[in-house]
Design a protein around this ligand. Structure first.
Ligand code: GAL
Length: 455
């Protein structure tokens, strides 16, 4: 009896001590992970290659908003005070005095043919970027394919070198379809124009590619089984009511591509979209659907020319678009934007253990710049993510800084992106344990890939 009681007391105090120990451990752990998240705001020390650290440095932006030029009488101004101008208003105002900060002119151009020596291989997000012939690169809403056969990168995107206009009073600013531009490169900086690899249809008004329609966000993957390069794109009419995907095919990465057909995948609307090829050769279509309130994801058929019957709704009710996917250490990640047309908004990073979900929303991955830069994805919108071979966990985040007044003059924002370390916003009910590693996109006015990086 006594022994039992003593044993009971002993196990009781052991339990209390272990509980206290566990609580202390939890507290310490959450403190450590919290500080890790805070530190990530400026510089995050992860266990990557030392050269990666230079990509993780961030630059700050201090842009003063000019004082309003209010021409109203003081009485009128008193009655209805003018709303304070934000940096986003300035960005969207084509007459803003700050325009050159977002859309620097030709004097600061990135020109691989002339930028020899010290300036060579540097990315300058937002500056005009020339191809090897000296013309501004036209590959908006694009994606990059690494072609293992030719050991060459191919960048495909919307060729928008035409006038911007509104088809209707309330319609979105648009450029007639010209086609899909294609550029090739060995170093991801010097791009040779390979021409328009899928061209608009001039005559046939009923054709999907008739210039009066919309062709956006083309992406290309290679099918090992058929030996074909397959392009998927968003096909629409000028009012965005067709909401379909289009598919084209080629024997060569540099085209020409033959347009096959368009369809509404799984019978649903499809607007912003991307395709993702997994390590096992399975490919997936991810598209904004149901009035852009949800994303849908489903595998492609073996030849990549169609979707299968399987489809899952993801990020339901979150109103996300511009999806860009990548994979790291068996986990799938996605960056998306909100739905505000050509105007910039806040990016979010999501993670999942399977491409078809469930997907969990983590946080805004943008680091540096200033608060408005982070809340507007550095005044740009995601389009694609390029893995950096030889640097696991390191990527290039590709985005478009849309110039809604002159879409052909939209700029490219390429920035280093790194996966690693504790999540910066531990989710509720997880006792402070980060669920997914943090994804960080680092703002730089000027940066380059580590010099030892090779294709
Ligand atoms: C954006 C979309 C772009 C384009 C634009 C038209 O939301 O990401 O690809 O469709 O709207 O306003």
């Amino acid at each position: 009896m006594v022994r039992n009681w003593a044993g009971g007391r002993c196990s009781m105090s052991a339990m209390v001590w272990s509980l206290l120990g566990f609580l202390l451990f939890l507290h310490l752990y959450s403190l450590v992970s919290h500080n890790g998240g805070k530190g990530g705001e400026n510089k995050f020390h992860s266990s990557h290659h030392p050269l990666i650290h230079e990509l993780e440095e961030v630059e700050e932006e201090h842009i003063q908003i000019p004082s309003p030029r209010d021409k109203r009488s003081p009485r009128a101004a008193k009655r209805r005070p003018k709303r304070t101008t934000t940096l986003i208003d300035e960005f969207l105002d084509e007459n803003s005095q700050l325009r050159h900060r977002f859309f620097p002119d030709i004097r600061s151009v990135i020109d691989p043919a002339n930028d020899a020596g010290n300036n060579s291989l540097y990315y300058h997000p937002g500056r005009i970027w020339l191809d090897t012939e000296g013309n501004p690169i036209q590959a908006h809403g694009g994606g990059v394919l690494y072609d293992e056969r030719s050991k060459t990168y191919y960048w495909y995107g919307e060729y928008k070198d035409g006038p911007t206009y509104h088809a209707h009073k309330k319609g979105a600013a648009r450029v007639d379809i010209i086609g899909v531009g294609c550029y090739s490169s060995k170093d991801l900086w010097t791009w040779k124009n390979e021409g328009i690899v899928l061209a608009a249809e001039e005559a046939n008004e009923t054709h999907d590619l008739h210039k009066s329609n919309v062709l956006e966000r083309p992406k290309v993957i290679y099918n090992h089984k058929t030996g074909k390069y397959v392009m998927w794109m968003h096909i629409d009419d000028a009012n965005y009511t067709k909401a379909a995907v289009g598919i084209a095919i080629s024997d060569s990465p540099a085209g020409p591509f033959d347009y096959l057909y368009s369809k509404r995948p799984h019978g649903f609307e499809s607007r912003d979209m991307t395709i993702f090829k997994d390590d096992d050769g399975m490919a997936y279509l991810i598209y904004s659907s149901e009035d852009n309130s949800d994303l849908h994801v489903g595998p492609l058929t073996e030849d990549y020319l169609d979707v299968t019957h399987f489809m899952r709704r993801i990020l339901v009710g979150q109103h996300r678009e511009a999806p860009a996917l990548f994979k790291h250490q068996g986990i799938y990640y996605m960056i998306t934007s909100g739905c505000t047309g050509w105007a910039p908004n806040e990016a979010l990073a999501h993670a999942a253990e399977s491409v078809v979900g469930p997907w969990e929303t983590m946080a805004n991955p943008c680091t540096g710049g200033n608060k408005i830069f982070r809340l507007t994805t550095f005044f740009s919108q995601s389009t694609f993510i390029i893995p950096l071979t030889g640097f696991p966990g390191s990527f290039i985040f590709m985005a478009d800084r849309w110039n809604h007044a002159d879409l052909r003059d939209s700029r490219y924002v390429w920035l280093p992106m790194i996966v690693g370390g504790p999540a910066n916003r531990p989710l509720d009910l997880n006792f402070g344990f980060p669920v997914w590693p943090r994804v960080s996109i680092y703002w730089h006015r000027k940066w380059r890939l580590p010099s030892i990086w090779r294709v």
